[in-house]
Design a protein around this ligand. Structure first.
Ligand SMILES: *[C@@H]1O[C@H](CO)[C@@H](O)[C@H](O)[C@H]1NC(C)=O
Ligand SMILES: *[C@@H]1O[C@H](CO)[C@@H](O)[C@H](O)[C@H]1NC(C)=O
Ligand SMILES: *[C@@H]1O[C@H](CO)[C@@H](O)[C@H](O)[C@H]1NC(C)=O
Ligand SMILES: *[C@@H]1O[C@H](CO)[C@@H](O)[C@H](O)[C@H]1NC(C)=O
Length: 537
């Protein structure tokens, strides 16, 4: 009998005991776990369950499996946060450290219904590979669990602890992906005890979280989930890959006052150093996934540039993905990005995130002229630049990747464009953005409750919440977002085919459109085909 089969039997046995204490106490293969009733709906919250342990001797490398609980685990407090600088959106100078290495924890949200084999939606938060957490204050599941699915959110390491690529077998890179894999394994092995169906897991994410979900489609490891949701992020995005850095350990140790040229001495020193010191010493670093060097006995997460990957884990996978209509509209309001408009070389800077164009001034000009007219009018340049940045970072990589995936056998691939403009558009609220349309992360306000956005009873917004969460939950349950026409969802959202690219526009109305941004996407098709030999990594 395989280990997996044995685990399934244990899981099935424990199902009999599920639901004790009104659903608060479950007996899972990981041990007994007691949750707490949700304050805002008919569901139970199991908070802060440890799914793995960071190795104290090597906090940058593989996590250690968590031992079985010997007494009931009280899952009543929110997950700790992994080490990071918490961004204060409105004033970067007041960013502050938060976190602990005892952070590999997950939350399980279970509706109080009799259903035994629910679809499970595992959500991966975004945060540019350096920050983020799974707290209720950012990702409250109330709107999603109403649809009788289980929602799982979890922490994983980011920054130096999650993305150091040191080119050694102990720190091969992409540790965050390995943490995530461990979390998904935990869900597969334990979710039956919560009334979930381990054969119906959906892994979804937003922004860098979506990029990491896409990363799971490229790994050689067996795929543990049946469906994937990619919101505004794929591995083809220009900010996905970065270089490896064999000197990282030695350099960071040096910054903290320990001069050495020996990698293992630096690792021992940094393992003892406080995570706060390590994070603060590396705030200037750009942490990203990397193409791993191959080592015997180490299964790589990213083995090649995703542009050349066949997507070996895509066969038989259902995928839902898309972007917002004005992804980059926030840049104008965000000091970190304002330089993109001012600097004469901002177009070069943008393109060079993905392509080496150092002797290609003509090419940069062609891109500039495709998007921006000769007219120097500030508002027009601004809108045109938003289009360029949005296409290059989000819309084109998403469409390119989904069209590639749609060619796989037995895969249904659904594309959306979110353009709704309401009172819960997340980024627009953070920055008081008055542009029309939807900018990056705006759709999250219609998926999750969050402290940032007070709940107001607005009937338009309420309908968008109902629509978006019903579409997503249908996909989690059935693998298709519109299995039947209803008053709420009076559309049929067709998947991509070899020669058609339909998309659902999520706005005040739901509309099926064809080939969003057709001519702009064709421009990038030609650009990519001509310059794939110039990829940076
Ligand atoms: C923890 O990391 C150290 C240093 O890399 C390694 O020697 C050890 O085997 C690791 N422990 C486990 C349980 O993997
Ligand atoms: C590290 O190597 C450099 C160059 O070889 C040398 O100058 C330096 O003294 C070495 N540092 C230590 C701490 O050994
Ligand atoms: C596609 O689905 C059919 C029927 O379920 C199955 O027999 C076949 O192996 C699948 N092919 C792939 C490549 O997944
Ligand atoms: C947004 O507007 C509100 C009310 O006008 C103001 O209190 C807040 O400081 C503004 N936020 C930003 C980031 O400008």
């Amino acid at each position: 009998m395989s280990v997996y089969a044995a685990i399934l039997m244990v899981g099935a046995g424990s199902l009999l005991a599920a639901g004790e204490e009104g659903g608060l106490l479950v007996h899972a293969p990981a041990g007994s776990i007691r949750g707490v009733p949700a304050p805002d709906g008919d569901y139970v919250m199991f908070l802060g369950i440890p799914y793995a342990r960071v190795n104290a001797s090597n906090p940058f490398g593989a996590a250690i499996p968590h031992e079985k609980f010997d007494k009931t685990f009280e899952a009543s407090t929110e997950s700790a946060v992994c080490p990071q600088m918490k961004k204060i959106f409105t004033n970067r100078n007041s960013d502050r450290y938060d976190g602990t290495l005892d952070c590999l924890r997950l939350n399980v949200f279970v509706p109080k219904t009799e259903t035994k084999h629910r679809g499970v939606y595992i959500f991966v938060f975004g945060g540019k590979f350096v920050e983020g957490d799974s707290k209720l204050s950012s990702y409250g599941p109330k709107y999603l669990v109403r649809h009788d699915i289980i929602v799982v959110t979890f922490n994983f390491r980011s920054g130096p602890y999650g993305f150091m690529c040191a080119d050694i077998p102990e720190i091969p890179g992409n540790q965050a992906g390995r943490d995530q894999y461990a979390a998904i394994e935990w869900v597969r092995d334990n979710i039956r005890a919560f009334g979930g169906d381990p054969g119906r897991l959906t892994l979804g994410g937003h922004s860098s979280g979506a990029q990491l979900v896409d990363m799971h489609l490229l790994t050689e490891r067996p795929r543990l989930f049946r469906r994937a949701i990619l919101q505004s992020g794929t591995t083809l995005g220009p900010d996905f890959l970065g270089p490896s850095d064999p000197m990282a350990l030695v350099d960071i140790a040096g910054t903290l006052g320990f001069e050495t040229n020996d990698t293992s001495a630096a690792l021992s020193f940094l393992a003892e150093a406080s995570p706060e010191a390590v994070v603060e010493a590396t705030v200037k670093y750009e942490w990203r996934p990397c193409v791993e060097k191959k080592f015997p006995g180490v299964v790589p997460f990213v083995a090649e540039n995703p542009e050349f990957s066949e997507g070996r884990n895509v066969d038989g996978l259902d995928i839902l993905g898309g972007f917002t209509d004005r992804e980059y509209a926030f840049t104008w309001y965000f000091s970190d990005y304002r330089h993109l408009y001012r600097e004469p070389d901002s177009f070069r800077y943008t393109l060079e995130q993905k392509f080496n164009l150092w002797d290609e001034s003509d090419l940069v000009d062609i891109v500039r002229r495709f998007y921006v007219d000769d007219d120097g009018d500030r508002d027009i340049v601004k809108d045109d630049t938003v289009d360029l940045l949005s296409d290059f970072a989000y819309a084109y990589p998403m469409q390119r990747q989904l069209m590639k995936y749609a060619k796989h056998p037995n895969s249904s691939v659904y594309l959306y464009v979110f353009s709704y403009d309401g009172c819960r558009n997340r980024m627009k609220i953070i920055f008081n953005i008055t542009d029309t349309g939807a900018t990056h992360s705006d759709e999250l306000g219609y998926m999750f409750t969050m402290d940032l956005i007070p709940e107001m009873d607005d009937s338009r917004d309420r309908r968008m919440i109902d629509r978006l969460t019903t579409l997503w939950a249908n996909f989690v349950k059935y693998g298709e977002p519109t299995p039947a026409r209803t008053a709420l969802l009076p559309v049929v959202w067709p998947p991509l085919t070899a020669d058609t690219v339909p998309a659902l526009r999520l706005d005040a109305d739901l509309t099926v459109i064809s080939r969003p941004l057709r001519s702009r996407m064709a421009f990038w098709d030609l650009f990519y085909d001509a310059h794939l030999d110039k990829l940076r990594y």
